[in-house]
Design a protein around this ligand. Sequence first.
Ligand code: PLP
Length: 396
Amino acid sequence: MSRCYNFDEYVDRKHSHAEKWNNMVSAGAPKNDHSILSMSIADMEFKCCDEILNALKEPIENGVIGYDCPCQKFFSSFVNWQKEKNNWDIKKEWIVPVPGVVPGIANTILHNTKEGDAVIVNTPVYPPFFNVINLNNRKLVENELIELDDKYVFDFEDFERKIIENDVKVSILCSPHNPVGRVWTKEELTKYGNICIKHNVLMISDEIHGDLILKGYKHIPLASISDEFAKNTVTLSAPSKTFNIAGLAQSVAIISNDELKDRFLNGLVGYGIFHMASFAAVGFVAAYTYGKEWFKECMEYIESNIDFALEFINKELPKVKVKRPEASFLLWLDLRDYGMPHEDLHQYLINEGKLLLNSGITYGENANLFFRMNIACNREMLIDALNRLKTALNKL
Ligand SMILES: Cc1ncc(COP(=O)(O)O)c(C=O)c1O
């Protein structure tokens, strides 16, 4: 298959500011040990496309890096992308720029609940969800996903029961789900939304992984299901994962309910957030306008990495269980068969295996002995990581 973009290229990020390679201490690894291979934080090792890189030169060439605001193209590029990808008709007026999906989640919680109010999440789930609830003095309610042989599913009975028992005010949906890789079906989303609406629970839908859908699956934005859902949802989306530009810190909230939107906007202004970073403004537009071909090839590469990794694991490491993800570039490895304390195994993989994976336990108590592996890297690095995993685990 001929490609225009080279995803085999190695980019040295160890000597950059990359958090994945330079802040390994926070993930439990020793400081400055560059012999450790990091397959952790969810950005990609791929260079982003030239069209974006060229657009980023614009503010520099212009020479003035002043205050920026979203231009017409900012809105139209995103509206067009959602129409083409998800057949979702959104209006320009519903879009609010926000410097990050997690800040958008925090802003929604802070301005729609009061201290002590309960917020529900489906665990295991992306750990910053816990922080925005706990550190803002809201009550965390965990609804554990049910693990089937081939996938995770919602436990709707427990979800509804916990909403009632805790008088839950807000739910945070991760769609597609990080880390378990589910692309929720229309039936699942409809059931989820109906329960929330029945009990007056405001829905936050984190759809940052919504473009990274693997073959055979279809992402459905929660708010696109019905007008009733739309009016009760704050959707958060971003080009960060899709085009590997998380460092631009430019996301959007999509809110069709005017009251909710005003509260969201006022919340941002209350923190003094009412400008855009120049690079974020141009990068966002370039990504959604010119990044389509790069993204298509990138997903083909990711899909082939997933095939490769699953085949390797199933053949060489039969004690490691892994379900095929339906979205994104994250493998959720089940190492329960190794039957040792979670933290000991994590440290063993780092110190003996020289391999850094995300520790599952931070995603919820039901993730003991699970580890998340980011496979968005060139094939050579993936093979290196899989061999390190094999060598370390085989010594146990
Ligand atoms: C589900 C999910 N939400 C949000 C984020 C981060 O979003 P941001 O950096 O825009 O706050 C990530 C990053 O890994 C993620 O996986």
